[in-house]
Design a protein around this ligand. Structure first.
Ligand SMILES: Cc1cc2nc3c(=O)[nH]c(=O)nc-3n(C[C@H](O)[C@H](O)[C@H](O)COP(=O)(O)OP(=O)(O)OC[C@H]3O[C@@H](n4cnc5c(N)ncnc54)[C@H](O)[C@@H]3O)c2cc1C
Length: 415
């Protein structure tokens, strides 16, 4: 940290909150932003709701910013963060659920305070937030609360199906997969949008490996299905690569096949048909957290934003990551690149400048192919005349790159 910044930070710690709401929750103080222009002297209070990919990256960037005038409060209902792809580690028993949870208590960033609280109300007009721990007012409010799973949206899914999209679900699934020794497994995407478009196919490829290693692959049928025409609809070539990898392992993809109800051993399809199964793995319907919906921020289920800078229609309120209505996939790498844009926009507003690098909707999703190899699908949504995607071929080196990528984020967000 630069010496001048360090001094300012120490002064702030010594003399108190300087007008931002670092006081005990329940005693909100007034925001320091006095107009739509740059803030007057004094730190800008940025309140970030949700400490996932988007929230952690944004908090880190604001903490490291040269202007150094941000006091960040980062709120999450959980006490730990988990990478999405770690859920596959848990499902296949490579790591325990406790090993993949990264405690927020380790966050140590100048100017960033983490609070484990549940957000219970958001007033985007006033940039006022209620939690189970108190009330906050913010100069800048950032909604980064991700997507929740609406398991009850699919009748019978909770009783008869399994999922690995949550850590708890992946933990339960480990025993289910271990105990499964013959029959048909159906992996069904229940609605779009869903997190990490390759993840359902990744699970299918890894299940193939798992049963092959156990010497019982010929006794297990694996099928995938979903509402999309092709596994990765924005590009024919990447979809083709996916279909090839699935085909080589005898795993069909049922295009535009949507399960509407899960019964005991069979599931109903929206075309009136049914499919028999022995193990039903669903990618649950996704939705914004209820408190976000109740806040009036959403339209058609997600939070509309200006795709260039992630601003909502409310003054000095941003939404980014899975909660936002963006055409790019719901994935951590996209949430992270959006956080870079939001950080730059906030800093530009603080200093009276302009956002120089608007959002390109760029990112990637890793895809484990089995045999210790990983590839990744690289996407850029707004950078060119049309969205582009390509597949970085699966190799052992790419699998190592994925580990390094996660380690770098752990270091940057928590170190
Ligand atoms: C199996 C699987 C594999 C994946 N693989 C990849 C991959 O390879 N690459 C990739 O980029 N992405 C991957 N993802 C997707 C990635 O995990 C998500 O897209 C990413 O986490 C989204 O970031 P976010 O910050 O928007 O939301 P999240 O990371 O979900 O964070 C939102 C936070 O808000 C908090 N929150 C919600 N409601 C409240 C409330 N009321 N009060 C307080 N806090 C609240 C939540 O606790 C959560 O911590 C994968 C996901 C899954 C499930």
């Amino acid at each position: 940290m630069q010496l001048s910044r360090m001094k300012k930070y120490l002064m702030r710690v010594l003399i108190g909150s300087s007008g931002v709401n670092l006081s005990a929750p329940g005693e909100p103080t007034g925001p320091t932003w006095t107009s739509d222009g740059p803030c007057q002297d004094g730190p800008v209070h940025v309140l970030i709701l949700g400490a996932g990919f988007a929230g952690l990256e944004l908090a880190s960037r604001l903490s490291e910013s040269e202007s150094g005038e941000f006091q960040v409060t980062l709120i999450d209902r959980n006490d730990t963060f988990t990478f999405g792809f770690s859920k596959l580690d848990v499902m296949f028993g490579r790591r325990g659920a406790d090993e993949v949870r990264l405690p927020y208590s380790e966050i140590s960033k100048p100017g960033v305070e983490f609070r484990q609280e549940t957000v219970t109300a958001i007033d985007p007009e006033q940039r006022r937030v209620e939690t189970d721990g108190g009330s906050y007012e913010a100069d800048i409010l950032v909604v980064a609360m991700g997507a929740d799973y609406d398991v009850d949206a699919t009748p019978g899914f909770a009783e008869h199906g399994s999922e690995y999209y949550s850590v708890a679900g992946a933990d339960r699934m480990r025993e289910v997969v271990k105990g499964f020794d013959s029959g048909r497994i159906v992996i069904s995407i229940l609605r779009r949008p869903f997190k990490c478009p390759p993840a359902p196919f990744e699970a299918a490829l890894l299940l193939h490996d798992h049963f092959t290693e156990r010497g019982i692959r010929d006794r297990v049928e694996i099928e995938t299905m979903g509402p999309m025409k092709a596994p990765v609809p924005i590009t024919k070539s990447v979809s083709g690569e996916f279909l090839k990898a699935l085909g080589e392992r005898d795993i069909p993809y049922g295009a535009e096949q949507v399960v509407t109800e899960v019964g005991d051993g069979s599931a109903a399809l929206d075309d009136g048909g049914t499919i028999e199964y022995d193990l039903f793995i669903g990618i649950p319907v996704h939705r914004v957290p209820e408190v976000v919906e109740a806040s009036g921020l959403t339209e058609d289920g997600w939070v509309p934003i200006d795709p260039a800078n992630l601003r909502t229609r409310f003054e000095r309120v941003y939404a980014l990551g899975d909660v936002a209505a963006t055409p790019n996939p719901k994935a951590g790498a996209f949430a992270e690149s959006a956080a870079r844009v939001v950080a730059e926009d906030i800093i530009a507003r603080r200093t009276g400048g302009e956002l120089e690098h608007p959002n390109q909707g760029e990112g990637h999703c890793f895809l484990e192919f089995g045999g210790g190899r990983a590839g990744r699908v690289e996407v850029n949504f707004f950078g060119g005349p049309k969205p582009e995607a390509s597949l970085v071929a699966p190799t052992i080196e790419q699998a190592a790159y994925k580990e390094d990528w996660a380690a770098a984020r752990r270091e940057r967000w928590f170190g």
